[in-house]
Unconditional design. Structure first.
Length: 117
């Protein structure tokens, strides 16, 4: 395998890590704001499905958080943080090692000189 293909594969791996980070963040962020259903108002309870363990408010709408609150599911929350940190760490460390998207030689029409004043 040529060095060019290795760099492209590292870049693809970084893109996958980026998508994983994106998905993990959108699980992580509402989880921080999740409240137990016992704290819900009557309006919130009427819009949540039966058996919902926790809820959050997203742009004025009540959303069921099936994973529960952080206190109800600490191991799941820790796993979510672990995935977020691992994917982010892979992205940062592989870039610092000179691999992936930062090391690819882009075509001249995509490249901007860093030395233009």
């Amino acid at each position: 395998m040529t060095e060019r293909w290795q760099q492209i594969l590292w870049g693809v791996a970084q893109l996958i890590a980026g998508f994983v980070m994106y998905g993990a963040f959108f699980v992580f962020a509402p989880w921080l704001a999740a409240k137990p259903v016992a704290d819900a108002t009557a309006d919130a309870l009427s819009s949540l499905p039966k058996g919902c363990p926790a809820f959050s408010v997203n742009h004025g709408a009540y959303i069921c958080e099936w994973q529960g609150t952080v206190a109800q599911n600490p191991s799941g929350f820790a796993l979510c943080i672990g995935i977020l940190v691992a994917a982010g760490g892979f992205f940062v460390v592989s870039s610092m090692m000179g691999r992936g998207l930062a090391a690819l030689e882009w075509p001249s029409w995509l490249r901007r000189s860093r030395h233009d004043g």
